[in-house]
Design a protein around this ligand. Sequence first.
Ligand code: ADP
Length: 450
Amino acid sequence: MFNKVLIANRGDVALRVLRACQDLGIATVAVHSTADTDAMHVRLADESVCIGEPASAKSYLNIPALITAATITGADAIHPGVGFLSENADFANVVDAHGLTFIGPHIDHIVSMGDKVEAKRTAAASGLPLVPGSDGAIASLDEAKMAAEQTGYPVLIKAASGGGGRGMKVAESAEQISEAYSSARSEAKAAFGDDTVYLERYLGNPRHIEVQIVADSQGNVVHLGERECSVQRRHQKLLEEAPSPVLTDKERQHIGKIAADAARAMGYLGLGTMEFLYENGEFFFIEMNTRLQVEHPITEAITGIDLVVEQIRIAAGMPLSFSQEDVTFKGHAIECRINAEHPTSFMPTPGTVENFHAPGGPGVRVDSFLYSGYRIPPHYDSLIAKLIVHGDTREHCLARLRRALDETIIAPMPTSLDLHRLLVNDPQIRSGDYSIRWLEETFLPNLDQE
Ligand code: ADP
Protein backbone atom coordinates (compact mmCIF):
# COMPACT_ATOMS: atom_id res chain seq x y z
CA MET A 1 0.00 0.00 0.00
CA PHE A 2 1.09 3.59 -0.58
CA ASN A 3 2.63 5.66 2.22
CA LYS A 4 1.72 9.08 0.93
CA VAL A 5 -0.68 10.21 -1.80
CA LEU A 6 -0.66 13.61 -3.48
CA ILE A 7 -4.15 14.75 -4.45
CA ALA A 8 -3.95 16.73 -7.70
CA ASN A 9 -7.31 18.43 -7.35
CA ARG A 10 -9.44 20.76 -5.25
CA GLY A 11 -12.99 21.10 -3.95
CA ASP A 12 -15.25 18.24 -2.92
CA VAL A 13 -13.30 15.62 -4.84
CA ALA A 14 -10.01 16.51 -3.13
CA LEU A 15 -11.78 16.06 0.20
CA ARG A 16 -13.32 12.79 -0.95
CA VAL A 17 -9.91 11.33 -1.85
CA LEU A 18 -8.37 12.73 1.33
CA ARG A 19 -10.98 10.95 3.45
CA ALA A 20 -10.42 7.65 1.64
CA CYS A 21 -6.65 7.97 2.24
CA GLN A 22 -7.23 8.71 5.92
CA ASP A 23 -9.47 5.64 6.23
CA LEU A 24 -6.64 3.57 4.72
CA GLY A 25 -3.99 5.12 6.98
CA ILE A 26 -2.22 6.84 4.07
CA ALA A 27 -0.62 10.29 4.56
CA THR A 28 -1.93 13.05 2.26
CA VAL A 29 -0.50 15.99 0.38
CA ALA A 30 -2.89 18.70 -0.79
CA VAL A 31 -1.99 21.09 -3.59
CA HIS A 32 -3.60 24.46 -4.06
CA SER A 33 -3.56 27.64 -6.08
CA THR A 34 -3.14 31.05 -4.45
CA ALA A 35 -6.96 31.39 -4.63
CA ASP A 36 -7.40 28.25 -2.51
CA THR A 37 -5.06 28.94 0.42
CA ASP A 38 -8.01 28.77 2.84
CA ALA A 39 -9.66 25.77 1.22
CA MET A 40 -10.89 22.88 3.35
CA HIS A 41 -8.76 20.25 1.57
CA VAL A 42 -5.65 22.28 2.40
CA ARG A 43 -6.65 22.54 6.05
CA LEU A 44 -7.37 18.83 6.44
CA ALA A 45 -4.38 17.34 4.57
CA ASP A 46 -1.21 16.35 6.38
CA GLU A 47 0.87 18.61 4.14
CA SER A 48 0.12 21.15 1.46
CA VAL A 49 2.00 22.77 -1.40
CA CYS A 50 1.06 25.95 -3.26
CA ILE A 51 1.41 25.16 -6.97
CA GLY A 52 0.62 28.47 -8.64
CA GLU A 53 -1.75 31.22 -9.58
CA PRO A 54 -5.56 30.99 -9.54
CA ALA A 55 -6.01 30.20 -13.26
CA SER A 56 -6.19 26.39 -13.55
CA ALA A 57 -3.62 26.37 -16.37
CA LYS A 58 -1.11 27.85 -13.92
CA SER A 59 -1.91 25.57 -10.99
CA TYR A 60 -4.18 22.50 -11.11
CA LEU A 61 -3.22 21.81 -14.75
CA ASN A 62 0.47 22.64 -14.25
CA ILE A 63 2.15 19.25 -14.62
CA PRO A 64 5.74 20.29 -13.69
CA ALA A 65 4.45 22.01 -10.52
CA LEU A 66 2.46 18.92 -9.52
CA ILE A 67 5.39 16.57 -10.09
CA THR A 68 7.70 18.87 -8.15
CA ALA A 69 5.21 18.97 -5.26
CA ALA A 70 5.03 15.15 -5.24
CA THR A 71 8.82 14.82 -5.36
CA ILE A 72 9.62 17.28 -2.58
CA THR A 73 7.01 15.82 -0.26
CA GLY A 74 8.04 12.22 -0.98
CA ALA A 75 4.61 11.08 -2.20
CA ASP A 76 4.56 7.68 -3.87
CA ALA A 77 1.27 8.05 -5.76
CA ILE A 78 -0.91 10.78 -7.29
CA HIS A 79 -4.69 10.74 -7.31
CA PRO A 80 -5.98 13.02 -10.08
CA GLY A 81 -9.58 13.30 -8.78
CA VAL A 82 -12.29 14.23 -11.27
CA GLY A 83 -11.83 16.80 -14.05
CA PHE A 84 -8.51 18.68 -14.41
CA LEU A 85 -5.86 16.05 -15.34
CA SER A 86 -7.89 12.94 -14.49
CA GLU A 87 -8.22 11.88 -18.14
CA ASN A 88 -4.95 13.32 -19.39
CA ALA A 89 -2.67 10.58 -20.72
CA ASP A 90 0.38 12.87 -20.85
CA PHE A 91 0.02 13.52 -17.15
CA ALA A 92 -0.34 9.80 -16.38
CA ASN A 93 2.80 9.18 -18.47
CA VAL A 94 4.85 11.82 -16.68
CA VAL A 95 3.70 10.52 -13.29
CA ASP A 96 4.80 7.06 -14.35
CA ALA A 97 8.12 8.30 -15.72
CA HIS A 98 8.90 9.80 -12.29
CA GLY A 99 8.44 6.44 -10.62
CA LEU A 100 5.12 7.44 -9.05
CA THR A 101 1.83 5.58 -9.35
CA PHE A 102 -1.04 7.24 -11.19
CA ILE A 103 -4.21 6.18 -9.37
CA GLY A 104 -6.27 5.45 -12.44
CA PRO A 105 -6.54 3.12 -15.44
CA HIS A 106 -3.84 1.94 -17.85
CA ILE A 107 -2.61 4.83 -19.99
CA ASP A 108 -3.71 3.18 -23.25
CA HIS A 109 -7.32 3.12 -21.99
CA ILE A 110 -7.19 6.83 -21.17
CA VAL A 111 -6.01 7.36 -24.75
CA SER A 112 -8.51 5.06 -26.47
CA MET A 113 -11.53 6.26 -24.47
CA GLY A 114 -10.46 9.93 -24.65
CA ASP A 115 -10.99 9.87 -28.40
CA LYS A 116 -14.68 9.14 -28.84
CA VAL A 117 -14.30 7.76 -32.35
CA GLU A 118 -11.70 5.31 -31.08
CA ALA A 119 -13.85 4.64 -28.00
CA LYS A 120 -16.81 3.61 -30.15
CA ARG A 121 -14.58 1.33 -32.20
CA THR A 122 -13.19 -0.31 -29.02
CA ALA A 123 -16.68 -0.55 -27.52
CA ALA A 124 -18.09 -2.23 -30.63
CA ALA A 125 -15.17 -4.68 -30.69
CA SER A 126 -15.87 -5.44 -27.02
CA GLY A 127 -19.50 -6.25 -27.72
CA LEU A 128 -21.30 -3.04 -26.72
CA PRO A 129 -24.29 -1.78 -28.76
CA LEU A 130 -23.66 1.63 -30.39
CA VAL A 131 -25.87 4.53 -31.45
CA PRO A 132 -26.10 4.06 -35.26
CA GLY A 133 -23.97 6.58 -37.14
CA SER A 134 -20.87 7.25 -39.22
CA ASP A 135 -18.20 4.61 -39.43
CA GLY A 136 -15.52 6.59 -37.58
CA ALA A 137 -14.65 10.25 -38.14
CA ILE A 138 -16.12 12.26 -41.02
CA ALA A 139 -13.57 14.07 -43.13
CA SER A 140 -15.72 16.36 -45.30
CA LEU A 141 -19.19 17.85 -45.69
CA ASP A 142 -19.92 15.31 -48.42
CA GLU A 143 -19.08 12.47 -46.05
CA ALA A 144 -21.30 14.06 -43.39
CA LYS A 145 -24.19 14.27 -45.87
CA MET A 146 -23.71 10.67 -46.90
CA ALA A 147 -23.50 9.39 -43.33
CA ALA A 148 -26.60 11.42 -42.40
CA GLU A 149 -28.59 9.96 -45.31
CA GLN A 150 -27.55 6.45 -44.33
CA THR A 151 -28.25 6.99 -40.62
CA GLY A 152 -31.49 8.89 -41.11
CA TYR A 153 -32.34 12.39 -39.77
CA PRO A 154 -32.25 13.90 -37.20
CA VAL A 155 -28.51 13.46 -36.64
CA LEU A 156 -26.00 14.77 -34.13
CA ILE A 157 -22.50 15.89 -35.09
CA LYS A 158 -20.16 15.27 -32.16
CA ALA A 159 -16.55 16.19 -31.39
CA ALA A 160 -14.16 13.23 -31.17
CA SER A 161 -12.34 14.99 -28.30
CA GLY A 162 -15.63 16.19 -26.79
CA GLY A 163 -16.53 16.56 -23.15
CA GLY A 164 -18.95 18.50 -21.02
CA GLY A 165 -21.51 18.52 -23.81
CA ARG A 166 -19.45 20.86 -26.01
CA GLY A 167 -18.91 20.47 -29.76
CA MET A 168 -22.32 18.84 -30.35
CA LYS A 169 -24.75 20.06 -33.01
CA VAL A 170 -28.07 18.67 -34.21
CA ALA A 171 -29.19 18.64 -37.84
CA GLU A 172 -32.92 17.99 -38.11
CA SER A 173 -32.84 17.69 -41.89
CA ALA A 174 -30.55 17.90 -44.94
CA GLU A 175 -30.91 21.72 -44.97
CA GLN A 176 -29.18 21.95 -41.59
CA ILE A 177 -26.28 19.54 -42.12
CA SER A 178 -23.81 22.04 -43.54
CA GLU A 179 -24.32 24.52 -40.67
CA ALA A 180 -24.23 21.76 -38.00
CA TYR A 181 -21.07 20.27 -39.49
CA SER A 182 -19.13 23.52 -39.64
CA SER A 183 -20.28 24.86 -36.26
CA ALA A 184 -19.56 21.55 -34.46
CA ARG A 185 -16.08 21.61 -36.01
CA SER A 186 -15.29 25.18 -35.05
CA GLU A 187 -16.65 24.72 -31.52
CA ALA A 188 -14.58 21.53 -31.16
CA LYS A 189 -11.48 23.30 -32.45
CA ALA A 190 -11.93 26.18 -30.02
CA ALA A 191 -12.71 23.97 -27.00
CA PHE A 192 -10.38 21.01 -27.55
CA GLY A 193 -7.89 22.10 -30.23
CA ASP A 194 -9.13 19.25 -32.42
CA ASP A 195 -11.87 19.61 -35.03
CA THR A 196 -12.36 15.89 -35.69
CA VAL A 197 -16.08 15.10 -35.64
CA TYR A 198 -18.33 12.08 -36.12
CA LEU A 199 -22.03 11.59 -36.61
CA GLU A 200 -24.75 9.75 -34.71
CA ARG A 201 -28.49 9.37 -34.94
CA TYR A 202 -30.05 11.98 -32.66
CA LEU A 203 -32.28 9.95 -30.37
CA GLY A 204 -35.68 11.53 -29.74
CA ASN A 205 -36.35 11.04 -26.08
CA PRO A 206 -33.71 8.84 -24.45
CA ARG A 207 -32.65 8.44 -20.84
CA HIS A 208 -28.99 8.61 -19.79
CA ILE A 209 -28.16 5.44 -17.90
CA GLU A 210 -24.58 4.56 -16.98
CA VAL A 211 -22.97 1.47 -15.49
CA GLN A 212 -20.21 1.56 -12.87
CA ILE A 213 -17.56 -1.07 -13.34
CA VAL A 214 -14.49 -1.86 -11.30
CA ALA A 215 -11.59 -4.07 -12.38
CA ASP A 216 -8.43 -5.19 -10.57
CA SER A 217 -5.00 -6.17 -11.89
CA GLN A 218 -5.79 -9.87 -11.32
CA GLY A 219 -8.45 -9.79 -14.04
CA ASN A 220 -11.51 -9.62 -11.76
CA VAL A 221 -14.22 -7.34 -13.17
CA VAL A 222 -17.43 -6.49 -11.33
CA HIS A 223 -20.30 -4.14 -12.19
CA LEU A 224 -21.97 -2.12 -9.45
CA GLY A 225 -25.27 -1.47 -11.16
CA GLU A 226 -26.47 1.62 -12.93
CA ARG A 227 -27.04 5.31 -12.31
CA GLU A 228 -29.83 7.27 -13.93
CA CYS A 229 -28.51 10.70 -14.96
CA SER A 230 -31.24 12.06 -17.23
CA VAL A 231 -31.89 15.28 -15.33
CA GLN A 232 -29.55 17.43 -17.41
CA ARG A 233 -29.14 20.99 -18.58
CA ARG A 234 -26.88 21.61 -21.57
CA HIS A 235 -25.78 17.96 -21.27
CA GLN A 236 -24.64 18.59 -17.69
CA LYS A 237 -26.08 16.37 -14.97
CA LEU A 238 -27.92 18.04 -12.09
CA LEU A 239 -29.56 15.19 -10.19
CA GLU A 240 -28.74 11.50 -10.34
CA GLU A 241 -30.36 8.43 -8.87
CA ALA A 242 -29.60 4.76 -8.38
CA PRO A 243 -31.14 2.46 -9.32
CA SER A 244 -32.83 3.86 -12.44
CA PRO A 245 -36.57 4.15 -11.85
CA VAL A 246 -37.31 2.46 -15.19
CA LEU A 247 -35.04 -0.57 -15.51
CA THR A 248 -36.32 -4.04 -14.72
CA ASP A 249 -34.05 -6.42 -12.82
CA LYS A 250 -33.55 -8.35 -16.02
CA GLU A 251 -32.42 -5.23 -17.91
CA ARG A 252 -30.13 -4.30 -15.01
CA GLN A 253 -28.45 -7.71 -15.05
CA HIS A 254 -28.18 -7.57 -18.83
CA ILE A 255 -26.55 -4.13 -19.13
CA GLY A 256 -24.34 -4.74 -16.09
CA LYS A 257 -23.09 -7.98 -17.57
CA ILE A 258 -22.33 -6.60 -21.03
CA ALA A 259 -20.51 -3.60 -19.48
CA ALA A 260 -18.41 -5.87 -17.26
CA ASP A 261 -17.73 -8.26 -20.17
CA ALA A 262 -16.61 -5.33 -22.34
CA ALA A 263 -14.26 -4.07 -19.60
CA ARG A 264 -12.85 -7.60 -19.31
CA ALA A 265 -12.37 -7.82 -23.08
CA MET A 266 -10.44 -4.54 -23.01
CA GLY A 267 -8.25 -5.62 -20.09
CA TYR A 268 -9.49 -2.58 -18.20
CA LEU A 269 -8.07 -1.59 -14.78
CA GLY A 270 -9.63 0.48 -12.00
CA LEU A 271 -12.89 2.42 -11.93
CA GLY A 272 -14.76 3.04 -15.15
CA THR A 273 -18.19 4.17 -16.23
CA MET A 274 -19.89 3.14 -19.45
CA GLU A 275 -22.49 5.67 -20.47
CA PHE A 276 -25.53 4.61 -22.48
CA LEU A 277 -28.60 6.22 -23.90
CA TYR A 278 -31.69 4.11 -23.28
CA GLU A 279 -34.77 4.35 -25.45
CA ASN A 280 -37.65 1.93 -26.08
CA GLY A 281 -35.96 -0.84 -24.10
CA GLU A 282 -32.67 -0.55 -26.04
CA PHE A 283 -29.24 0.55 -24.81
CA PHE A 284 -26.79 2.52 -26.97
CA PHE A 285 -23.20 3.11 -25.78
CA ILE A 286 -22.09 6.77 -26.03
CA GLU A 287 -18.83 6.96 -24.10
CA MET A 288 -16.69 5.56 -21.32
CA ASN A 289 -15.22 7.68 -18.53
CA THR A 290 -11.94 6.31 -17.28
CA ARG A 291 -12.08 7.90 -13.83
CA LEU A 292 -14.15 8.44 -10.73
CA GLN A 293 -17.50 10.12 -11.51
CA VAL A 294 -19.03 13.05 -9.64
CA GLU A 295 -22.12 10.91 -9.01
CA HIS A 296 -20.24 7.91 -7.56
CA PRO A 297 -21.70 8.36 -4.02
CA ILE A 298 -25.15 7.08 -5.04
CA THR A 299 -23.54 3.78 -6.06
CA GLU A 300 -21.71 3.75 -2.72
CA ALA A 301 -25.02 4.32 -0.95
CA ILE A 302 -26.84 1.38 -2.52
CA THR A 303 -23.91 -1.07 -2.52
CA GLY A 304 -22.14 -0.11 0.72
CA ILE A 305 -18.82 -0.14 -1.20
CA ASP A 306 -16.30 2.68 -0.84
CA LEU A 307 -15.32 3.25 -4.47
CA VAL A 308 -12.35 5.51 -3.76
CA VAL A 309 -10.85 3.12 -1.22
CA GLU A 310 -11.30 0.34 -3.76
CA GLN A 311 -9.69 2.47 -6.48
CA ILE A 312 -6.63 3.18 -4.33
CA ARG A 313 -6.31 -0.49 -3.33
CA ILE A 314 -6.46 -1.56 -6.99
CA ALA A 315 -3.76 0.97 -7.96
CA ALA A 316 -1.59 -0.54 -5.21
CA GLY A 317 -1.97 -3.95 -6.90
CA MET A 318 -4.45 -5.44 -4.44
CA PRO A 319 -7.34 -7.64 -5.56
CA LEU A 320 -10.98 -6.51 -5.37
CA SER A 321 -12.37 -7.06 -1.89
CA PHE A 322 -15.65 -8.52 -3.29
CA SER A 323 -16.94 -10.63 -6.17
CA GLN A 324 -20.01 -10.07 -8.37
CA GLU A 325 -21.99 -12.44 -6.16
CA ASP A 326 -21.14 -10.37 -3.07
CA VAL A 327 -22.66 -7.21 -4.56
CA THR A 328 -26.24 -6.54 -3.48
CA PHE A 329 -28.26 -3.41 -4.10
CA LYS A 330 -30.06 -1.99 -1.11
CA GLY A 331 -32.67 0.76 -1.27
CA HIS A 332 -32.56 3.90 -3.36
CA ALA A 333 -30.19 6.89 -3.49
CA ILE A 334 -30.38 10.36 -5.05
CA GLU A 335 -27.63 12.96 -5.44
CA CYS A 336 -28.31 16.68 -5.91
CA ARG A 337 -25.47 18.74 -7.33
CA ILE A 338 -25.55 22.08 -5.56
CA ASN A 339 -23.84 24.75 -7.63
CA ALA A 340 -22.93 28.33 -6.82
CA GLU A 341 -25.22 29.57 -9.55
CA HIS A 342 -28.62 31.20 -9.76
CA PRO A 343 -31.30 28.46 -9.57
CA THR A 344 -33.03 29.40 -12.83
CA SER A 345 -30.76 31.79 -14.77
CA PHE A 346 -27.73 29.57 -14.00
CA MET A 347 -25.44 32.62 -13.71
CA PRO A 348 -22.45 31.88 -11.43
CA THR A 349 -22.71 33.34 -7.91
CA PRO A 350 -19.24 33.17 -6.31
CA GLY A 351 -18.58 35.14 -3.12
CA THR A 352 -18.32 34.79 0.64
CA VAL A 353 -20.55 32.20 2.33
CA GLU A 354 -21.76 33.89 5.50
CA ASN A 355 -23.81 30.99 6.72
CA PHE A 356 -23.49 27.31 5.87
CA HIS A 357 -25.51 24.66 7.62
CA ALA A 358 -25.38 21.05 6.42
CA PRO A 359 -28.36 18.75 6.91
CA GLY A 360 -28.11 15.53 8.91
CA GLY A 361 -30.05 12.56 10.19
CA PRO A 362 -30.45 9.00 8.87
CA GLY A 363 -29.61 8.43 5.21
CA VAL A 364 -28.05 11.85 4.61
CA ARG A 365 -24.50 12.50 3.34
CA VAL A 366 -23.03 15.86 2.35
CA ASP A 367 -19.78 16.05 0.38
CA SER A 368 -18.82 19.70 0.52
CA PHE A 369 -15.87 21.95 1.20
CA LEU A 370 -17.99 24.88 2.38
CA TYR A 371 -17.77 26.48 5.83
CA SER A 372 -19.20 29.73 7.18
CA GLY A 373 -16.82 32.52 6.18
CA TYR A 374 -15.41 30.62 3.15
CA ARG A 375 -14.99 32.66 -0.02
CA ILE A 376 -16.01 30.71 -3.14
CA PRO A 377 -13.41 31.70 -5.75
CA PRO A 378 -14.71 32.66 -9.19
CA HIS A 379 -12.05 30.68 -11.06
CA TYR A 380 -13.36 27.11 -10.89
CA ASP A 381 -16.28 24.77 -11.42
CA SER A 382 -19.45 26.00 -9.68
CA LEU A 383 -20.09 22.72 -7.81
CA ILE A 384 -19.98 23.56 -4.08
CA ALA A 385 -21.81 20.66 -2.44
CA LYS A 386 -23.24 17.26 -3.18
CA LEU A 387 -26.21 16.13 -1.16
CA ILE A 388 -26.65 12.36 -1.24
CA VAL A 389 -29.70 10.78 0.35
CA HIS A 390 -30.46 7.09 0.81
CA GLY A 391 -33.76 5.45 1.68
CA ASP A 392 -35.32 1.97 1.76
CA THR A 393 -37.44 2.75 -1.31
CA ARG A 394 -37.54 5.56 -3.86
CA GLU A 395 -40.48 7.10 -2.02
CA HIS A 396 -38.60 6.98 1.28
CA CYS A 397 -35.53 8.49 -0.37
CA LEU A 398 -37.56 11.38 -1.81
CA ALA A 399 -39.10 12.09 1.63
CA ARG A 400 -35.63 12.20 3.19
CA LEU A 401 -34.35 14.38 0.34
CA ARG A 402 -37.17 16.87 0.92
CA ARG A 403 -36.26 17.01 4.63
CA ALA A 404 -32.52 17.39 3.91
CA LEU A 405 -33.05 20.17 1.36
CA ASP A 406 -35.25 22.04 3.82
CA GLU A 407 -32.58 21.85 6.51
CA THR A 408 -29.72 23.08 4.31
CA ILE A 409 -28.64 26.71 4.49
CA ILE A 410 -26.15 28.31 2.11
CA ALA A 411 -26.33 32.09 2.38
CA PRO A 412 -26.40 34.78 1.17
CA MET A 413 -25.77 33.87 -2.48
CA PRO A 414 -28.43 32.16 -4.61
CA THR A 415 -27.53 28.53 -5.36
CA SER A 416 -29.16 25.60 -7.10
CA LEU A 417 -30.61 24.48 -3.73
CA ASP A 418 -33.83 26.29 -4.67
CA LEU A 419 -33.98 24.47 -8.00
CA HIS A 420 -33.65 21.12 -6.20
CA ARG A 421 -36.40 22.11 -3.76
CA LEU A 422 -38.70 22.57 -6.75
CA LEU A 423 -37.51 19.40 -8.45
CA VAL A 424 -38.08 17.13 -5.47
CA ASN A 425 -41.76 18.17 -5.40
CA ASP A 426 -42.30 17.92 -9.14
CA PRO A 427 -44.81 15.22 -10.20
CA GLN A 428 -42.50 13.95 -12.98
CA ILE A 429 -39.50 13.59 -10.68
CA ARG A 430 -41.75 11.89 -8.15
CA SER A 431 -43.03 9.42 -10.72
CA GLY A 432 -39.58 8.94 -12.34
CA ASP A 433 -41.06 9.80 -15.71
CA TYR A 434 -38.41 11.97 -17.35
CA SER A 435 -35.88 11.85 -20.19
CA ILE A 436 -32.71 13.86 -20.97
CA ARG A 437 -34.90 16.55 -22.59
CA TRP A 438 -37.37 16.97 -19.73
CA LEU A 439 -35.59 19.62 -17.63
CA GLU A 440 -34.84 21.96 -20.53
CA GLU A 441 -37.90 21.38 -22.67
CA THR A 442 -40.63 21.00 -20.04
CA PHE A 443 -39.62 21.88 -16.51
CA LEU A 444 -37.61 25.12 -16.98
CA PRO A 445 -39.92 26.71 -19.62
CA ASN A 446 -42.92 26.08 -17.32
CA LEU A 447 -41.11 27.81 -14.46
CA ASP A 448 -40.55 30.91 -16.62
CA GLN A 449 -44.28 31.20 -17.27
CA GLU A 450 -45.18 31.22 -13.61
P1 ADP B 1 -19.87 14.66 -23.29
O1 ADP B 1 -18.60 13.89 -23.17
O2 ADP B 1 -19.68 15.99 -23.90
O3 ADP B 1 -20.63 14.69 -21.99
P2 ADP B 1 -21.62 12.52 -24.32
O4 ADP B 1 -21.38 11.75 -25.55
O5 ADP B 1 -21.43 11.83 -23.00
O6 ADP B 1 -20.76 13.87 -24.36
O7 ADP B 1 -23.10 13.09 -24.34
C1 ADP B 1 -23.56 13.98 -23.37
C2 ADP B 1 -25.07 14.07 -23.42
O8 ADP B 1 -25.49 14.50 -24.74
C3 ADP B 1 -25.80 12.78 -23.16
O9 ADP B 1 -25.98 12.51 -21.79
C4 ADP B 1 -27.11 13.06 -23.88
O10 ADP B 1 -27.88 13.92 -23.07
C5 ADP B 1 -26.70 13.84 -25.12
N1 ADP B 1 -26.46 12.97 -26.29
C6 ADP B 1 -25.27 12.41 -26.65
N2 ADP B 1 -25.40 11.65 -27.76
C7 ADP B 1 -26.70 11.71 -28.13
C8 ADP B 1 -27.48 11.14 -29.21
N3 ADP B 1 -26.93 10.35 -30.13
N4 ADP B 1 -28.80 11.43 -29.25
C9 ADP B 1 -29.37 12.23 -28.33
N5 ADP B 1 -28.70 12.81 -27.31
C10 ADP B 1 -27.38 12.57 -27.19
